[in-house]
Design a protein around this ligand. Structure first.
Ligand code: MIC
Ligand code: SF4
Length: 638
């Protein structure tokens, strides 16, 4: 049978279930990655699983998020992560070596293999033809322990690329066009496969920009074929032996198909506060810009930064703004340094940051009050930049450079002639900031700082739940709403007690106190509840506050899985109109729950008006048991 790339990889890795669309399958994970903000929890969980050495072919622990060391917490976490990596047989990428997705693409990613990462942008590896999937830390810990990763066998969406990108447009405009058409929930339940004559015109870095932001579509993963371009990339990375070709069979059947004619694209931007609020830059109109930020796992490649430097060359940035630049990896940084591009950026007035996530997750460089920031990043959720009333516009590097020069949002085509850039460059391959684990780590002592607290566990699911509705929220609530990032909150990722004080901080600062007062509560949500990041803390911290269930119109994939992993019951409205029948403060009752969970339907009674509402669960039989046990750790220990 003619197969898609997705199903070829899934078939080769299937260990449980039947490979039928919509049913739960378990797959073998070849490689894992963690980053520091989610990694501390993942290694504590690995420890709790009683594992001696990881069972994957390769696991890597990166430090890239919490690199601002305002106080001891982040530095302690780095030390914990380095020692845990050595203990469990995991490679350690030292702070300064770069953003996990960029480094993984360069140094470890391999076509045809599976990668599970505790970060939602793990599908960046799809630029190499690798099936990268984002998940909560606990799922990644289980994969490191050799367990299967469970997912719903996805639908496959084929994006047919025709034509060739015009000058002044780039890969970012392709993915923004897709976001414009499909919205932030258009990819839920799907893997997106790229095909067609346009594919061969895109470098691995351009492909990775596109697969990276598949996360913003809510997709399970995104995949490019592995072809001559991939082979050349791996050769340049001195990893030619890892090349295998991958493409869909002719005649493979897809569930959905769309075409993007690259010839027709123009510079696009996402407007505040959602990646799918996309418009052509020229239509957004004059807008004073206060900050430009270049880098991140989306556009932090050598090519992106070199383009910006080239456009700024010989000029100085507009006096009304600041420009910050963070290369995606040390490899990129070193190539830019070698070719004096760093010097050129400095001459133009750029503020150079270390190679890390930085401003993308609000780790410094917050824009001024009410400011406008133009960023080559992937997310522009309200408040994520660290400034609650700032507006973030997401663009490609050319539009970012145009804004930096003119001080206003500018269609880069107005800059005149497109610069002549050399086609290829040879990366500096230097792995000395990657620490290989010792053959036997059993004697390595794990170093814990005072901010690293033991893992909180949930109680088993009671037979009857009487829950106060603590908060009712609208559609597309992100995990940044549920649990913010930023330099103040992120250092608390390994201290759930302290972290819990920030649950729903931007929507309802009184939430933690209310939750504590009522003991057991729930949250009511709209469509696509929990979109965005993979942070399991957005399930774990509410669980710690006594949240037992979330009733929403629909869920984002990773957050749904994280709720289950911590024994919080995710339910949807059988009739979305019932959303209107519940308000904050109501008391909802679910009787005889264990029995009710045997069918899809759960009866929920609202004490305020004695009305019954029909809710549905979307749990596999395995997940029902996990929720009943009060989460995956309890379930596994049994
Ligand atoms: C993000 O981009 O939101 C993050 C920070 O990388 C998160 C992970 C986290 O919250 O630690 C993600 O994308 O999963
Ligand atoms: Fe880091 Fe931003 Fe990428 Fe998340 S999206 S991994 S915070 S650079």
């Amino acid at each position: 049978m003619a197969e898609t790339m997705t199903y070829k990889i899934l078939k080769q890795h299937l260990v449980e279930g039947r490979l039928e669309k919509g049913s739960e399958i378990g797959i073998r994970i070849d490689q894992t990655l963690t980053q520091d903000a989610t990694g501390t929890m993942a290694y504590l969980q690995l420890e709790a699983l009683g594992i001696d050495q990881v069972k994957t072919d390769l696991s890597v622990s990166y430090v890239d998020h919490n690199t601002l060391q305002n106080s001891f917490e982040n530095a302690d976490d780095h030390r914990f992560l380095q020692s845990a990596a050595a203990r469990f047989g995991v490679w350690f990428s030292r702070p300064g070596n770069g953003i996990c997705h960029q480094v993984h693409l360069e140094r470890f990613g391999a076509p045809g293999k599976t990668l599970l990462g505790s970060d939602s942008h793990t599908p960046t590896a799809g630029g190499l033809g690798m099936l990268g999937i984002g998940a909560g830390g606990l799922d990644v810990a289980v994969a490191m322990a050799g367990g299967p990763f469970y997912l719903t066998a996805p639908e496959v969406l084929k994006v047919n690329l025709t034509g060739k990108l015009p000058t002044w447009t780039g890969a970012k405009d392709i993915i923004l066009e897709l976001l414009r058409r499909l919205s932030v929930k258009g990819g839920v339940g799907k893997v997106i496969e790229y095909a067609g004559p346009g594919v061969g015109t895109l470098s691995v870095h351009e492909r990775a920009t596109i697969t990276n932001m598949g996360a913003e579509l809510g997709a399970t993963s995104s995949l490019f074929p592995s072809d001559a371009v991939t082979k050349r990339f791996l050769e340049d990375q001195k990893r030619a032996d890892q090349f295998v070709p991958l493409e869909a069979d002719p005649g493979a059947e897809y569930d959905h198909e769309i075409t993007i004619n690259l010839d027709e694209l123009e510079p696009l931007a996402s407007m505040p506060h959602s990646p799918d609020m996309v418009k052509p830059v020229k239509e957004i109109g004059p807008l004073k810009v206060d900050q430009v930020a270049v880098g991140s796992c989306t556009n932090g490649s050598y090519y992106d930064l070199r383009l910006v430097a080239e456009l700024l060359k010989g000029k100085v940035i507009h006096p009304g703004l600041s420009l910050v630049v963070a290369p995606g990896s040390r490899q990129v940084y070193m190539a830019l340094a070698r070719e004096s591009i760093i010097e050129s950026l400095l001459a133009s007035g750029a503020r150079l940051l270390e190679s890390a996530c930085g401003p993308c997750i609000g780790m410094g460089q917050a824009p001024p009050s009410g400011g406008v920031s133009v960023r080559t990043f992937n997310r522009n959720f309200a408040g994520r930049s660290g400034t609650a009333d700032a507006g973030v516009y997401l663009t490609g590097p050319a539009a970012a450079a145009a804004a930096a020069l003119t001080g206003v949002l500018t269609d880069p085509r107005e800059l005149g002639d497109y610069p002549q850039l050399p086609e290829a460059y040879l990366p500096v391959v230097d792995d000395r900031m990657l620490i290989k684990p010792p053959g036997d780590g059993s004697n390595v002592e794990i170093m814990r700082g005072p901010n690293i607290k033991p893992l909180p566990l949930n109680e088993a699911l009671p037979e009857k739940l009487e829950l106060k509705v603590l908060l009712a929220v609208e559609d597309n609530i992100t995990t940044d709403h549920i649990l913010p990032g930023g330099s103040k909150v992120l250092p608390l990722r390994s201290n759930i007690e302290a972290l819990s004080e920030y649950v729903f901080a931007s929507l309802d600062p009184g939430f933690p106190a209310k939750a504590r007062e009522f003991g057991r509560g729930m949250v009511v949500g709209g469509e696509n509840y929990g979109q965005g990041s993979s942070r399991e803390h957005a399930a774990l911290a509410p669980m710690h506050l006594g949240v037992k269930a979330v009733l929403a119109k629909s869920f984002a994939r990773i957050h749904h899985a994280n709720l289950v992993n911590f024994g919080v019951l995710p339910l949807t409205f059988a009739d979305p109109a019932d959303y209107e029948k519940i308000s904050a403060g109501d008391e909802l009752v679910m009787d005889d729950l264990h029995r009710q969970l045997n069918s899809r339907e759960i009866n929920v009674k609202n004490r305020r008006n004695d009305q019954n509402i029909k809710a549905l669960h979307h749990l596999s039989p395995r997940q029902v048991e996990v929720v009943k046990a009060g989460g995956l750790l309890n379930y596994t220990r049994r």
